[in-house]
Design a protein around this ligand. Structure first.
Ligand SMILES: Nc1ncnc2c1ncn2[C@@H]1O[C@H](COP(=O)(O)OP(=O)(O)OP(=O)(O)O)[C@@H](O)[C@H]1O
Ligand SMILES: [Mg+2]
Length: 275
């Protein structure tokens, strides 16, 4: 078997936090013994409740932080910091406000590639076109809608042609309709480019719609509770896949897992309150 693109190998992340009650510093386990692998070209979605450690996990893959225990490997090599092999799209657009859409993409290419000015411009145009922003290249972020800004952010990451695209709730701030159309576009782009994608979301529907595989996380401590292969997955061209019984089946399965964890967490909290 070939080396997986991403290996998350028994990763733990503990933060030092100050207790609200005692004022003393204590350890907070954000991630506990998390392991999974992602194949080249695979689309993995990670779903879980707020605070379960999704962003913490993505930061570790991106190399922004290093784990307290275990390690993350890309192409078999240990991640020790950020690299141009990985592109990240965050929930907030993080665009340069004084640069146009084109300028934002070109700027990323300046640091991530050794392309000349002309090539950068041509590539930036291509990727803005790919995300449906032809005709808006010269607008600044303040002159774009939320969905358009997020398209620029996606174009910016894709233009660097990373091997791995890491997305942290990139559509979280958008209205439902814009979100659905960007989900479809992202799938189309993925089908064309076959970039390995790790996509984090709160949304069960979003996780099932996009993922070939869904990792369901639980909180306190953050763990991967279960992974589900989605058989109809991102291969399907059926627009109305969300309306199928199969889709409902997976949605329900994940909902049940999350719900069960929520209940367990509430029970633990109640127990703790009685000791
Ligand atoms: N730098 C830090 N120092 C201390 N605690 C942290 C730090 N970063 C994250 N945490 C804690 O770790 C836990 C996981 O945080 P994380 O941001 O990964 O959650 P998340 O699953 O991305 O949540 P959300 O869905 O709300 O974005 C949270 O309880 C958070 O308070
Ligand atoms: Mg987060």
């Amino acid at each position: 078997m070939s080396t997986p693109k991403i290996e998350i190998d028994r990763v733990g992340q503990t933060f030092r936090v100050r207790s609200q009650e005692t004022g003393r510093e204590q350890d907070f386990v954000a991630l506990d013994n998390v392991s999974t692998t992602v194949r080249a070209g695979e689309f993995l979605t990670i779903v879980g409740p707020s605070g379960c450690g999704k962003s913490t996990l993505l930061d570790l893959i991106s190399g922004l932080t290093t784990p307290t225990s275990g390690e993350v490997r890309i192409n078999g090599r240990r991640v020790e910091g950020p690299g141009t092999d990985r592109g990240v799209v965050f929930q907030q657009y993080a665009l340069l406000p004084w640069r146009t859409a084109l300028g934002n993409v070109e700027f990323a290419l300046e640091s991530a590639t050794d392309l000349g000015r002309k090539e950068r411009r041509a590539r930036a145009r291509d990727y803005l076109q790919l995300v449906g922003l032809e005709g808006f290249e010269n607008r600044r972020p303040g002159e774009l809608s939320g969905g358009m800004k997020q398209r620029v952010a996606i174009a910016r990451s894709l233009a660097c042609e990373p091997e791995v695209l890491l997305m942290d709730e990139p559509f979280g701030a958008l209205d439902a309709q814009t979100r659905e159309s960007l989900q479809e576009e992202l799938l189309q782009i993925w089908r064309r480019t076959r970039t390995t994608i790790v996509f984090i979301t709160h949304g069960i529907d979003e996780a099932v719609y996009l993922g070939q595989r869904v990792a369901v996380m639980s909180a306190h401590p953050g763990r991967i509770r279960e992974e589900l292969a989605i058989p109809f997955s991102a291969e399907s061209d059926d627009d109305d896949v969300r309306a199928t019984a199969e889709f409902a089946h997976y949605r329900h399965q994940i909902w049940t897992l999350l719900r069960h964890d929520q209940q367990a967490a509430a029970d633990r909290a109640e127990e703790a309150a009685h000791v």
